[in-house]
Design a protein around this ligand. Sequence first.
Ligand SMILES: [Zn+2]
Ligand SMILES: [Zn+2]
Ligand SMILES: [Zn+2]
Ligand SMILES: [Zn+2]
Ligand SMILES: [Zn+2]
Length: 156
Amino acid sequence: MEEQEKVCDFCMRLVPEAVWEIHSVHCQRFLCLCEICAELVPRSRLKDHIVEDHPTQSCPHCTDLIPSDVFSSHLQRCELRPQPCPFCTLEFPIEQLIAHQEICSNRTEQCTLCGLYVPRRDFPYHVVTCKPGANGSLKRKRTEEAAGVPKRAKRQ
Ligand SMILES: [Zn+2]
Ligand SMILES: [Zn+2]
Ligand SMILES: [Zn+2]
Ligand SMILES: [Zn+2]
Ligand SMILES: [Zn+2]
């Protein structure tokens, strides 16, 4: 005679119909589904299974628990990771960075080549167009002064 088989609702395996009910009860009672790897794990071992097979690390930025195997890529992509301000070397979480950049980009910085004070946001363009000494000796002299005396401590 042909044995009928039925899919277990829990483990999705084909089980002979004769033992299906017993199997289901057993399945539900003793096994449980690991949400991380979708494997069936004995209920009593689930905690150990997660600790051993899915080690996690706490993200220092968002404090989420991140599986160790994707931890380094999470650090690169974490929404709360600090990002460097393009205008200075400081790092800020993204929502603070936007506010900081607004202030930071408006700060002026003295060009060491021509001595002009230029807003940081314009600096990349200024460096390209800056022509120190092109207009005679006065400018060249100021250039030398600016280059020789660092005024970093006074500026803020
Ligand atoms: Zn089952
Ligand atoms: Zn698992
Ligand atoms: Zn994170
Ligand atoms: Zn900045
Ligand atoms: Zn300049």
